[in-house]
Write a protein that binds this ligand. Sequence first.
Ligand code: NAD
Ligand code: DAU
Length: 340
Amino acid sequence: MKNILVTGGAGFIGSNFINYILKSRDDYFIVNLDKLTYAGNLENLKECESNKNYTFIKGDITNSELVNYLFEKYKIKYVINFAAESHVDRSISGSEVFFRTNVIGTNVLLEASRRFEVKRFLQISTDEVYGSLGATGLFTEQTPISPNSPYSASKAAADMMVQAFHHTYGLPTVITRCSNNYGQLQFPEKLIPLMIINALQDKKLPVYGDGMNIRDWIYVIDHNKAVELVFEKGKSGEVYNVGASNEIPNIEIVKLILQNLGKSNDLIEFVKDRPGHDKRYAIDSTKIQNELGWQPQYKFESAIKHTIDWYLNNKSWWKKIISGEYQQYYLQQYSTKKKN
Ligand code: NAD
Ligand code: DAU
């Protein structure tokens, strides 16, 4: 049995990971440590609640006393660190919590991992640490780190600490850097779920700038299969890019959502751009494909339809979210963005 500390497992990617992995493996015992910030939601994990290979702990990864206690109690030998403040716009409004969770939190986990001699530490990073691309080129693992937002700078700092622990102490670390994920259970502050639920409510769809920024979209299950593979077979000290070669300008995604829901493009509203908005992300995932045999399995056309249907059929999930503090967030984030 592998005793694995999974952090941030109540968020979008982490909960999809736990739901997926507990179905496919019976040799993992998962301790899910999550602070349940605005982005954490135990409803995402209903299907695992009674699984004997799973337990949930509410707590903060920056709390070293708690982290050390959990390592000892559950004889943790493996760590997968999904926990993070993950939204670029929120990092622009205030960077402190990003530094605390993403940098200090990762450091606390690294120190405990060193002390308890873990066999594998997997850091879930992001392609945003590479910065922004122009019209051509792809991010490879050799692309220099050049983050632009407080979010991506904090993720880059965490990556540097992970690599320093490998280099200095020989900690068996691996890092994944994935592109933009979509799928069920994503908090509706991110582009795709926000546009879907606004369209479902006949609210305006706020597109930043001219809508021509490009992201490289991957279905969350494809990302999580890559996470499983890197966790099992990745080479210590290495970084693996993960992407599905699926570049799409934002405006096209928004129109596709409207078309799928039978809504008019009149709902689109171009608003003030995100400060420091990265133009384009695009991932070269040759390394993970050649070395570990990973391939994306989901086609965008069908997986995005499936995702839209999920939000259509799970209104109670997102209605609960948007009735809370989300309203205040939305007002703060978007009321100042209207173009004159
Ligand atoms: P999310 O915001 O949906 O979930 C983050 C989770 O971490 C939440 O459950 C939250 O409660 C928890 N958390 C936050 N601070 C914590 C703390 N101090 N202690 C314990 N738990 C804490 O994020 P996500 O989109 O699922 O992203 C997960 C990871 O994947 C992040 O590390 C992110 O940087 C990375 N990533 C995300 C994407 C994407 O497209 N969403 C792409 C590449 C990489
Ligand atoms: O690339 C991986 C990263 O992708 C992850 O590391 C981050 O955690 C994740 O949030 C995501 O970052 P982005 O900034 O690319 O995602 P977001 O969904 O916030 O925005 C996607 C694009 O859509 C971006 O160009 C900004 C634009 N956008 C976003 C929102 C929320 C809009 O035009 N309008 C919006 O309201």
